[in-house]
Ligand binder design. Structure first.
Ligand SMILES: Cc1cc2nc3c(=O)[nH]c(=O)nc-3n(C[C@H](O)[C@H](O)[C@H](O)COP(=O)(O)OP(=O)(O)OC[C@H]3O[C@@H](n4cnc5c(N)ncnc54)[C@H](O)[C@@H]3O)c2cc1C
Ligand SMILES: *[C@@H]1O[C@H](CO)[C@@H](O)[C@H](O)[C@H]1NC(C)=O
Ligand SMILES: *[C@@H]1O[C@H](CO)[C@@H](O)[C@H](O)[C@H]1NC(C)=O
Ligand SMILES: *[C@@H]1O[C@H](CO)[C@@H](O)[C@H](O)[C@H]1NC(C)=O
Ligand SMILES: *[C@@H]1O[C@H](CO)[C@@H](O)[C@H](O)[C@H]1NC(C)=O
Ligand SMILES: *[C@@H]1O[C@H](CO)[C@@H](O)[C@H](O)[C@H]1NC(C)=O
Ligand SMILES: *[C@@H]1O[C@H](CO)[C@@H](O)[C@H](O)[C@H]1NC(C)=O
Length: 517
């Protein structure tokens, strides 16, 4: 039974603040050569696009605008607050169509945006006004290569589709934790997940990509061809091109079962729990096979109407006996709910409430904010708890579904890879955390204030470190340094690669390195 984890519901990732939020740290000014930006004509004629572009692309593609019955589905997104105001959707039927759409857009001064699975949650996406969304959702083919060392993924592939094909042949790959999320958006930002401790980030396992650049040309990007772009696209990839095909490492799936252990503790155990977690994981030393240590603080009214509870779920790539040795300390803390089992990987997603049918995969208007930690500061966690309980009493409509979320994937594999070797800047951040809540109408500013106050408490709990945010968890108000790295060479290198590969800043909607003017 997995009822306990219902609260993991909104799990993973989210956070969204309002587009109006002020950056919490100043950024370096934008170089002048990026100021020129094409703008979409006020009105795009759908008939015209259907006729002209329709003649250029494959006949399994669909082109439609707001008058179509398909429009409301086609503009839906995981987070309501990250909806761009687009003028038309092109659902491409073939990989080769993508370059044709980009060229057509360039020839007609139309903005464009790649869409894989629509889980991108940043409010920067909502700044796009007018233009074409290139929906790649039909392109989900996964092909294991003859050498059985790599697989080819089409650009709309996502975890369920990938696991399905690989699993049938006895293989696995490094993917994000949820079944529903697109490989595209996730991997281009780095990609955190349960196999990260063993094999590195999702992006560390990209071998090669076919990429459509801003000018519509198609290039191969790997360590031999366009190596500079290969560096940039593993961490800041959304800024540089549209990947039409990924080639990724695959691994023989040797794990018979995964062990999960789910707990619910009452708040009086908070100090013991966070201390127990620190004992288990040290500072970035969560054992490689302890793939996930995920927690949540939220209300469960069947336990208490006012005191939020602490839930945790662990996933271990191996048998119960090995896993429970690691969990011995936490097992000593008396829990209200305590469940464990040994299951296949697809069933592990269900046990951790990360499967496609779980609440975490459903669309909502979400607001949140996120930080990265190295270890849990127990004093700060108590402050976060107290703020949560206080605000939940003041704003019960928000409090009912709000949560503090704690992500801990083993990072031994990602730490073993040189930090300078890719654009992902956070290999020394081990614990992404966030406040996230679906927002009742009219409660946007209260939810935003709560999200920011939570982020502040997390960051104040590590006064010797500079605040950072994982690009794929960013709300949209962060400074560029927080997202792309405080070491100045990183942004300098990314900016010079933007000048080389996207001089007109066409890719500027997803936490952009060069924000739109
Ligand atoms: C429920 C949930 C669980 C999550 N779990 C994890 C997790 O375990 N690990 C983790 O690292 N992150 C996780 N995330 C965050 C996730 O990485 C981002 O939300 C990511 O943007 C989702 O990608 P998408 O393709 O589904 O979304 P989309 O909105 O389709 O894509 C986001 C952006 O990526 C770009 N993009 C997408 N595809 C391509 C492509 N083929 N080529 C070029 N650019 C492209 C576009 O700019 C697009 O706007 C999770 C998010 C959610 C909502
Ligand atoms: C709340 O806790 C009870 C155990 O007391 C559990 O059975 C139930 O599933 C929990 N509810 C949610 C939404 O997690
Ligand atoms: C679509 O195009 C293919 C070739 O690319 C062709 O064989 C097929 O007949 C076309 N179908 C329609 C309905 O036009
Ligand atoms: C994308 O395309 C898929 C299938 O082609 C469709 O089901 C979905 O609604 C579309 N979504 C968007 C946002 O266009
Ligand atoms: C989207 O853009 C159109 C055209 O500019 C405009 O009429 C409409 O009000 C916008 N919708 C929203 C929700 O901003
Ligand atoms: C380049 O990629 C190939 C294929 O993945 C790999 O075998 C090789 O070691 C890589 N070389 C470098 C310098 O990273
Ligand atoms: C822990 O957090 C508290 C509250 O923000 C802070 O005062 C303290 O310095 C932090 N401790 C460490 C070791 O960083």
């Amino acid at each position: 039974m997995n009822t306990v984890l219902r609260l993991f519901g909104c799990v993973f990732a989210l956070f969204l603040a309002f587009a109006s939020g002020k950056p919490i740290a100043p950024s370096i000014p934008v170089p002048r050569y990026f100021e020129r930006s094409p703008s979409t004509p006020a009105a795009i004629s759908i008939d015209r696009v259907q006729k002209d572009l329709g003649a250029l692309i494959s006949n399994t593609s669909l082109i439609f605008g707001p008058a179509s019955d398909a429009w409301s589905d086609a503009t839906d997104r995981w987070n309501f607050f990250s909806k761009p105001n687009i003028s038309a959707v092109v659902e491409v039927g073939q990989e080769s169509d993508i370059a044709k759409v980009v060229k057509y857009c360039n020839d007609n001064s139309i903005e464009f945006l790649a869409y894989s699975r629509g889980h991108g949650m940043t409010t920067t996406l909502a700044k796009m006004k007018g233009g074409i969304e290139i929906n790649m959702s039909k392109l989900t083919k996964v092909t294991i290569q003859p050498n059985k060392k790599t697989a080819l993924l089409q650009s709309g592939a996502y975890a369920d589709a990938i696991l399905g094909t690989l699993g049938a042949e006895g293989y696995t790959a490094v993917l994000g934790a949820n079944g529903c999320v697109g490989f595209g958006g996730l991997s281009l930002g780095g990609g955190l997940g349960r196999l990260q401790g063993q094999y590195g980030l999702v992006s560390d396992n990209i071998v090669s990509m076919n990429v459509v650049l801003a000018d519509g040309s198609t290039v191969t990007v790997n360590n031999k061809s366009n190596g500079d772009l290969f560096w940039a696209m593993r961490g800041a990839g959304h800024n540089f091109g549209i990947v039409t095909q990924f080639e990724i490492n695959i691994f023989r799936d040797t794990s018979a079962t995964w062990h999960y252990h789910n707990y619910v503790w009452t708040q009086d155990k908070l100090e013991a729990v966070f201390k127990g977690l620190n004992d288990l994981q040290g500072v970035g030393k969560l054992p490689a096979k302890m793939g996930a240590s995920l927690g949540q603080i939220s209300l469960n009214t069947s336990i208490s109407k006012t005191e939020a509870v602490i839930q945790w779920t662990f996933a271990y790539d191996g048998p119960a006996k090995e896993a429970e040795k690691l969990l011995a300390g936490l097992n000593k803390i008396k829990a209200v709910v305590n469940e464990q089992g040994d299951v296949s990987y697809p069933n592990l997603l269900v046990a951790q409430e990360t499967d496609s049918a779980s609440a975490s995969c459903s669309s909502q208007p979400y607001i949140g904010a996120s930080a990265n930690l190295q270890t849990y500061n127990v004093t700060a966690q108590r402050q976060l708890y107290n703020l949560f309980v206080k605000n939940a009493a003041l704003e019960p409509e928000i409090g009912a579904n709000a949560r503090l979320y704690y992500e801990g994937f083993s990072s031994l594999g990602s730490q073993a890879i040189s930090a300078a070797s890719t654009a992902f800047p956070h290999r020394d951040e081990y614990l992404p955390v966030y406040f996230i809540t679906p927002v009742p109408t009219g409660k946007e500013s209260a939810a935003t204030a709560w999200a920011y106050a939570s982020r502040d408490l997390w960051n104040k709990g590590q006064p010797q470190r500079r605040p950072t945010t994982y690009v794929n968890f960013a709300a949209g108000d962060e400074s560029l340094e927080m997202i792309y790295g405080h070491e100045s060479w990183r942004l300098q290198r990314l900016r010079s690669l933007k000048a080389k590969y996207d001089p007109n800043n066409r890719f500027r909607w997803y936490n952009p390195i060069i924000p739109p003017t």
